[in-house]
Write a protein that binds this ligand. Structure first.
Ligand SMILES: [Zn+2]
Length: 444
């Protein structure tokens, strides 16, 4: 993991957030290569789940939502972690992350019985477990610092802790404007915010992240077969579009006692990250829990009328939900490879061609030969017209350029040399095998 973090910083994929001011815990900034990789991953998902099919519609809801949203969804009451404070050194921790064998709903007695020592000072002197709500609050409208607490309370809003509720709250809009046949889905990508007690593990547990979620609405009688279909599609997406290896994904059927009370089936897709197994995505059957909550809170009907049978019912929902940063890190850890070329250690990112920030790198063998540079520019322009993501590199010697392109995952390097001027062929060097072949410019 340290090697990947170091590569990400060195090559401009991911920087610590607000680096210049000493950082800001739980935030990360994507640099030129990182943002390209992230965008490609998000575009592949959108293409696979929305553009490529007729039954899933996209939305882009506002991040700031009416606070009643979070009352209805249960976040105001229950989106909380067990917080425990060490009375000796005042450090605060998520209780279930520092003690073994306890869950998020741990009580003070259960926690004390584990005899956990403070990870900071080593003492065992704990305060009670307190529930810490992870939603970020803000105030909407003109609220001044010296306004009374009641006015401030009235104007509280939250940065959304998930994108899903922006989908559910638009369910009726979609039904009333698109008239979709059931089953149908609504998809959204966007930022979500969680005030993690202790952000850690690089971009795995950050306070600001991007999510890609679908709520797939089905007839209650068909949820089992629809669940299986989406399950298969998620696996195909991860393997075919993202290049993840099936062996690195562990499908965890979540036991009834660990599932949310309304869910009848949940599968956690666990990914083998370099520092251990972590959840990459979740697939949950949520029954009609969310739509019924919204119906109760808003007083509006969430019923759907089947166009053929005229049956009226509240649809049930299957929800595949994935964190973009978690997926970026899964793609990077799959691609990250160390090997040896002619006795020299090499770091190479074996990114799939559809995700590599650059598909080609074009360079003249020598920088100080104008005729080579001119020819190389010509080839560069040609490739750029065909593929937009082409980069130019004439720095250092050719070996250094290859090493740099290997580290950022460029599949092919195209080099223009003196033979090019004679016979119109170039050297194409392959990232993974390092083999070099002569190819006619017209065949590139
Ligand atoms: Zn302590």
């Amino acid at each position: 993991m340290e090697e990947i973090i170091s590569l990400c910083k060195r090559r401009g994929f991911i920087f610590p957030g607000s680096d210049i001011y000493g950082g800001f815990a739980g935030t990360w900034d994507f640099g030129p290569l990182g943002v390209t990789l992230k965008k490609k991953i998000m575009d592949e998902w959108w293409n696979y789940f929305v553009e490529n099919r007729d039954d899933i519609y996209g939305v882009d809801a506002a991040i700031l939502m009416n606070p009643r949203t979070w009352v209805a969804s249960g976040h105001t009451a229950t989106f909380a972690d067990p917080l425990v404070e060490c009375k000796e050194c005042k450090s605060r921790f998520r209780a279930d992350k520092i003690a073994d064998g306890i869950s998020e709903s741990v009580t003070t007695e259960e926690f004390l019985a584990t005899h956990t020592k403070c990870p900071v000072c080593g003492k065992e002197n704990w305060g009670p477990i307190r529930k810490f709500n992870m939603m970020f609050t803000t105030h909407v409208g003109a609220v001044l610092p010296d306004d009374d607490a009641e006015l401030a309370e009235k104007n509280i809003a939250y940065l959304r802790p998930e994108t899903a509720q922006g989908i559910f709250t638009n369910y009726k809009n979609i039904v009333d404007t698109i008239y979709p046949n059931i089953p149908f889905g609504i998809a959204q990508q966007g930022k979500a915010f969680r005030n993690e007690i202790s952000p850690r593990d690089f971009i795995l547990r950050d306070r600001e992240c991007s999510q890609m979620e679908i709520e797939y609405f089905v007839h209650p009688d068909t949820w089992e077969s629809e669940f299986e279909k989406i399950y298969k599609e998620c696996d195909d997406f991860l393997e075919i579009r993202m290049g993840l290896k099936p062996n690195d994904i562990n499908h965890l059927e979540v036991a009834p006692e660990d599932r949310a009370h309304y869910s009848k089936r949940t599968v956690d897709f666990m990914f083998k990250y370099p520092n251990g197994e972590e959840e990459l995505m979740g697939l949950a059957y949520r029954t009609d829990f969310d739509l019924q909550n919204i119906a109760r809170e808003s007083g509006k009907s969430m019923e759907y009328r089947d166009k053929i049978t005229n049956e009226v019912f509240v649809p049930h929902v299957i929800e595949p939900s994935i964190g973009v940063e978690r997926l970026v890190l899964a793609v990077l850890s799959t691609a990250y490879t160390e090997d040896e070329i002619n006795g020299e250690k090499r770091v190479v990112l074996k990114l799939p061609e559809n995700l590599a920030p650059f598909r080609f790198c074009v360079s003249p063998l020598l920088k100080n030969k104008p005729e080579l540079v001119a020819k190389a520019k010509e080839v560069y322009d040609l490739l750029r017209k065909k593929y937009t993501n082409v980069t130019w590199d004439d720095s250092g010697n050719i070996g250094k350029r290859y090493r740099k392109q290997d580290e950022i995952g460029t599949p092919k390097c195209v080099v223009i040399d003196f033979d090019t001027l004679e016979d119109g062929t170039v050297t194409v060097r392959d990232r993974d095998t390092t083999t070099q072949t002569r190819v006619k410019i017209s065949d590139l």
